[in-house]
Design a protein around this ligand. Sequence first.
Ligand code: NAP
Length: 248
Amino acid sequence: MVARVVLVLGGTGEARRLASVLGGVAGVRVVSSLAGRVREPVLPVGEVRIGGFGGVPGLVAWLRERAVDVVVDATHPFAATMTGNAVAATGELGLPLLVLRRPGWTEQAGDCWHWVSSIAEAAALVPSLGSRVLLTTGRRDLPAFANPELWFLCRSVDPPESHSDNVEVLLDRGPYTVDGELELLRRYRIEVLVSKDSGGEQTAAKLVAARRLGVPVVMVRRPALPAADTVGTVAAAVEWVRRGSGVG
Ligand code: NAP
């Protein structure tokens, strides 16, 4: 039997779990793709390629060259450019595409969340909520928050390219515990937390800690989902690949 080639667009824990499970499915060959943003990425098992494809034309060429049969976009919910490129390239080639997106977070009693639609909107809102800010949206968003009146703790996997004196950088990648997050918020006397609605268990503890301490959260809404088949769990994605690619 000729193996069906599945390209998993990754950069998330779900993508790694998917690659691991699909690696054990007879008749499926998985290739995982990472953008190469993180210096020491946690690698999925199996074949991995790293780096951009070169926009839609590059992705189309790559999919052709590697005779890919199925694409699963398991990128982060905020990796909207990659997702858009996957939609366009698979559309051009007539390949099946599945989007795997873990559900977003849900506000609970006691939360004080302020929903915004962009990082710029978040940056504009923060000064009205507090002056000691925990930023968890990623190092690349740091410049948008520049404000000499505020103090920032910027938690990220890799350091930002540069930062001003009112920014302290904390390198970490989780998973995080509620106790650890409570300690962090207290130690740095955090008055406002900024987060993307990334969803998932790995980084949700900060939201529980913020609720307990009455710290307001500026929550950045996800970009819209593309018009493509979408599932929320790795198990559902495995099932889709088995059926969608005619395997199993
Ligand atoms: P993005 O803005 O949607 O994509 C920008 C460009 O990066 C894409 O056009 C593509 O370059 C390349 N790229 C992105 N994901 C790729 C992948 N899995 N494989 C190969 N190339 C990829 O993406 P982003 O927000 O910078 O995210 C980059 C990576 O970090 C993704 O894998 C994502 O899952 C992960 N991540 C993102 C966030 C976040 O908050 N955005 C958080 C955690 C993890 P070409 O056009 O050259 O193909």
